[in-house]
Design a protein around this ligand. Structure first.
Ligand code: PG9
Length: 629
């Protein structure tokens, strides 16, 4: 961005920020009331089910407008985040540009008819059977109806959404309607076995409360919640879930009528139930232009945006497919927040506003208001370096310039590019009765949002967390791309989870920023850059688990999600390895049982875990390093 553009941006952003000195919601409400008219429709799908749809049309009918739609399970009406008046509505810039905004309750939710199905499976083909429906056919039928019944549109349709609405945007891509010209899946769920409810087979206990929201069928269209949130009776999540013990004790909170909780319990492995709900295999023959958006510190959906972008890129080289990854936690980019801070790490000011103005607005403007030819002049991958706090434009992701490099675990907690020698290992006792907390302040809530950049010093000082660390870096090193952990481990028992955390150890004199919470000292802050878990039983296959042979050295390889982070000179790179991460994930009993959701207490046993760093059994973290310019 040249200096003129930068000044224009700053002026626009300043005006916006000044004008929205009212609460963000209030300013939006007033603008909607003054410039849009709202109508509600019940749109029939091919099988006769009617979907509740809210349409906001510009009062100024001097020109035709594109339709910009969001399909949501969170209520399109005034009762949830789907409407314009909520901070998760479209950006103020899109609202002022003028679109016909459409919000729809997906099948089986709120005011729509039909039955709900989490991540409804996508059909592999289109047939004449009117009852052969999925989210793609519902989107197709909705667009057909809107084009025929909504006035003053320009014949072009866009779709966008964050999180679950991001999935519904991606689900519009298979067999897309020809008038659907631009789709922006933002923090989209790709697959519930790798996003949200599980990571590599470990169940995300922290999502347990959310099962209330997605686990019950309503009797009829409704504007009132038909489900109750479990009242844990405490805000202390660690204590609540420790007191609960085995997951089989969770049944007393969820009855048989919570169909999703039953499905979670009955399908612990990556079987056909989960596989058919993944949108990833269906991202072929994609015709709309795509802008995928995600946050490097998104605790809910990180597999989704990265995998959806890469899959579209691989299957559809001719399709306009782009990616933006910023220093955001879940959904931050849609909210106006001056200072962008995750945990205690400050990344800059007005990053969300800049993205909304310079990227999202340009994308939809080009493909929905202009010819759509030639592209909007945006980079294919606009990625934020969370170490240098700056954007970089790449023409692909991961960058072709990045080179694979291995960091080897070594003795005495060393981490380096040197192959280990000798026959050494590091060990720790993993005790399910004293699991490692996943953060320092564990509060029970709908889902975890803010732990991804937390300080990890508390964990480094526990005897059941192994730490391996480089010397102080003598020059910057930039990780840009994928990460693959390749561990050589052994356990005295027959099952184990393996958590790997990649950490940027800040220098002791690192300054506090004005946005850092009182009492936090950023000197020596152990910034978690990336973290991931694998339930060790799935090391060979997510569909067919296998126990460990006690004390037998075993390879455990798994992918961590991508990063773009420069570890600056004077910092250190640290790897932490542990086997509990509570109550983010449930506790692995460590004594193999077919279904951990049904494990009784006697299966929860201590285990001695070993991580080898020897000549014959090296453990390493493979990263993609972007050569210094
Ligand atoms: N992906 C997020 C989520 C899905 C299901 C349960 C809880 C959270 C989201 O839609 O916010």
């Amino acid at each position: 961005m040249n200096s003129t553009d930068l000044n224009n941006f700053r002026l626009t952003a300043l005006i916006f920020i000044l004008t929205s000195t009212l609460s963000f919601g209030q300013e939006q409400n007033d603008y909607v009331a003054q410039h849009y008219q709202k109508k509600e429709y019940s749109i029939p799908m091919r099988d006769g089910v009617n979907l509740h749809t809210v349409v906001y049309s510009p009062l100024d009918e001097s020109q035709p407008y594109p339709i910009l739609m969001q399909r949501t399970p969170y209520s399109a009406g005034p009762y949830g985040e789907g409407n314009l008046k909520n901070s998760l509505g479209p950006s103020p810039f899109l609202m002022r540009d003028g679109y016909i905004f459409v919000y729809q309750d997906v099948r089986g939710r709120w005011m729509s008819e039909g039955s709900y199905d989490n991540m409804r499976p996508t059909l592999n083909e289109r047939t004449a059977d009117p009852n052969a429906i999925d989210e793609s056919t519902d989107t197709f039928d909705t667009i057909e109806w809107l084009l025929a019944n909504v006035a003053n549109h320009n014949g072009k349709v866009g779709q966008w959404g964050i999180s679950y609405p991001g999935f519904y945007s991606a689900a519009a891509l298979p067999f897309a309607h020809p008038n659907l010209k631009a789709v922006s899946p933002q923090a989209p769920i790709g697959d519930f076995y790798f996003d949200d409810f599980h990571h590599n087979g470990a169940y995300f206990l922290s999502y347990w409360l959310a099962t209330s929201v997605f686990g019950y069928q309503k009797d009829e269209p409704t504007t009132e919640a038909w489900y109750d949130m479990v009242n844990p009776g405490t805000n202390d999540g660690y204590q609540f879930f420790m007191d609960m013990g085995s997951l089989k004790n969770a049944d007393k909170y969820y009855g048989e009528d919570n169909f999703f909780w039953q499905q979670l319990k009955e399908n612990p492995h990556y079987n056909e139930f989960w596989q058919k709900r993944s949108i990833i295999p269906h991202l072929k023959d994609v015709s709309p232009a795509v802008l995928v958006v995600g946050g490097w510190f998104d605790a809910e959906d990180l597999y989704g945006p990265l995998t959806i972008y890469k899959t579209i890129e691989k299957n559809n080289p001719e399709t306009y497919n782009s990616l933006v990854m910023g220093p955001w936690s879940h959904g931050d980019w849609s909210r106006e927040q001056g200072a962008q801070v995750v945990s205690n790490m400050y990344f800059g000011d007005s990053i969300s506003t800049w993205y909304q103005l310079e990227i999202e607005r340009e994308f939809f403007d080009h493909f929905l208001k202009k010819s759509g030819n030639g592209g909007p002049g945006l980079p294919e991958a606009y990625m934020f370096d969370t170490g240098l706090n700056k954007w970089t434009a790449f023409d692909e992701w991961p960058p072709k310039e990045s080179e694979w490099t291995s960091f080897y675990l070594g003795e005495e907690g060393a981490l380096s590019s040197d192959m280990p020698s000798g026959n050494r290992f590091s060990s720790f006792v993993s005790d399910p009765a004293k699991p490692v907390p996943y953060t320092q302040d564990i509060k029970i809530n709908f889902t975890p949002r803010k732990y991804m950049a937390d300080d990890q010093r508390f964990a480094a000082r526990r005897p059941d967390v192994l730490t391996f660390e480089t010397e102080v870096l003598e020059e910057d090193i930039t990780l840009a791309g994928e990460i693959m952990a390749q561990l050589q481990v052994a356990t005295s028992q027959t099952d184990a989870d393996w958590v790997v955390k990649l950490i940027d150890v800040l220098p002791g004199d690192y300054p506090n920023h004005e946005y850092v919470l009182d009492g936090v000292d950023m000197g020596n802050y152990h910034l978690m850059v990336r973290s991931e878990v694998i339930r060790g039983r799935y090391r060979e296959s997510f569909e067919c688990p296998s126990p460990f042979v006690p004390d037998q050295i075993t390879a455990v390889d798994f992918q961590l999600q991508d990063v773009y982070h420069t570890f600056k000179k004077g910092h250190k790179i640290q790897i932490q390895i542990q086997s509990t991460w509570f109550p983010l994930i449930d506790r692995n009993p460590q004594k193999y049982v077919e279904n951990i959701f049904e494990a009784s207490e006697e299966y929860f046993v201590k285990a001695l875990h070993k991580v080898f760093h020897s000549e014959n059994f090296p453990s390493k973290i493979n990263v993609m390093v972007l050569p210094n310019e």
